[in-house]
Design a protein around this ligand. Structure first.
Ligand code: XMP
Length: 344
């Protein structure tokens, strides 16, 4: 039986650095037709990315992924709003029959960067959807991210079926209960390492999705071979997330929920709790806070600092120069703030 590690189980080893100024380190890249100043994508969740977040992410040099939990006409309106502001973003579709109509409508509105989004992406439905999208829209200016998956076999299959980029991560997200409910999922660091190796062979990119709590986790994701990261909870509660600010006795909050939570399923299917499958996500509220622009800036700054410790001058050098080790739980504890309280 193999042992699989997640972000907290590993550490990156500092190396001789010739970096004289962190601001010179290049965090730019490209995904589909979208140029990025920092390889961060906001999660396609209905409490994270609507048009406001997509515009704000673009202004910060990152990118938004509009969620798909609305009607086709709402999805088109939201995409057009983003484009009218001068930004571009990803749009999401599912794997059901109606999703070809959604894709056609978004394509007609100008969208060329798509995410095919399903909880278990290594499946017949994904194969069918990827082949339908490729047959309908071709390859030339139609970019497809597909996911989520958590194995190298899945990466190879989705690449063969037509994906340009694969979203990797099952059950590691902050609001996920997939591992609790189903027992399935793979700890992120090892998962990314294995999937990135297969992605390189297949000539596709990967997005690390789920469980990223800090810029350090972003550096570790890229060190393991991810090309981009997708973040949800890091942006939850910010000004630009969809949803109202709720006044409570303990302050202002906003809702954050898993897209497979019972709450999200009830809303999108208009059904009762009694005839629903069990939820694989949770719903919570988080403190309302300031702009996502500040958060993305801090994440980019932390990423640059991480690059200086490993002597990577640009994003593609990160996995080539990274060296890591596996740590004990005492090492993980030592690596977080742990101020001693005492008399003297
Ligand atoms: P973070 O940790 O950044 O993770 O908040 C965001 C990612 O979590 C995934 N997601 C879910 N996974 N049940 C799951 O098992 C859910 O209800 C759910 N909702 C979102 C998704 O990949 C997202 O980008």
């Amino acid at each position: 039986m193999k042992k699989y590690y997640t972000f907290n189980d590993v550490f990156l080893i500092p190396q001789f650095s010739d970096c004289e100024s962190r601001s010179l380190l290049d965090t730019s890249s490209k995904i589909g037709s979208i140029s990025l100043d920092v390889p961060i994508i906001s999660a396609n969740m209905d409490t994270i990315t609507g048009p406001k977040m997509a515009v704000s992410m673009s202004a910060s040099g990152a990118c938004g992924a509009l969620h798909r939990f609305n009607t086709v006409s709402q999805a088109v309106r939201e995409y057009v709003t983003v484009r009218e502001s001068g930004a571009d973003c990803f749009v999401s579709v599912g794997v059901n029959d109606g999703d070809l109509q959604r894709a056609r409508a978004l394509y007609s509105a100008g969208a060329r960067n798509f995410i095919v989004d399903i909880a278990h992406g290594h499946s017949t439905m994904m194969r069918h959807t990827l082949s339908t999208l490729r047959n309908t829209f071709g390859h030339d200016d139609f970019y497809i991210v597909a996911g989520n998956v958590a194995t190298p076999e899945a990466v190879r299959d989705l690449a063969t079926w037509g994906a340009d980029c694969i979203k990797v991560g099952i059950g590691g997200g902050s609001c996920c209960s997939t591992r609790v409910i189903t027992g399935h999922g793979v700890p992120m660091f090892s998962c990314l390492l294995e999937c990135a190796e297969e992605a390189d062979k297949a000539g596709v990119k990967i997005i690390a999705d789920g469980g990223i709590r800090s810029s350090g986790d972003i550096v570790k994701s890229l060190a393991a071979g991810a090309d981009y990261v997708m973040v949800g909870s890091l942006l939850a509660g910010t000004l630009e997330t969809p949803g109202e600010v709720i006044e409570t006795t303990s302050g202002k909050v906003k809702v954050f929920r898993g897209m497979a939570s019972t709450s999200a399923m009830i809303d999108r299917n208009n059904r009762n709790k009694t005839d629903m499958p069990v939820g694989e996500g949770v719903k919570t509220v988080v403190p309302a806070r300031g702009s996502s622009v500040v958060i993305v800036n801090d994440l980019q700054s932390g990423l640059r600092s991480g690059m200086s410790y490993m002597n990577a001058h640009n994003i593609s050098e990160i996995p080539l120069v990274a060296r890591w080790g596996v740590q004990t739980s005492s090492g993980a504890f030592e690596g977080t703030p742990h101020i001693l309280q005492g008399d003297s």
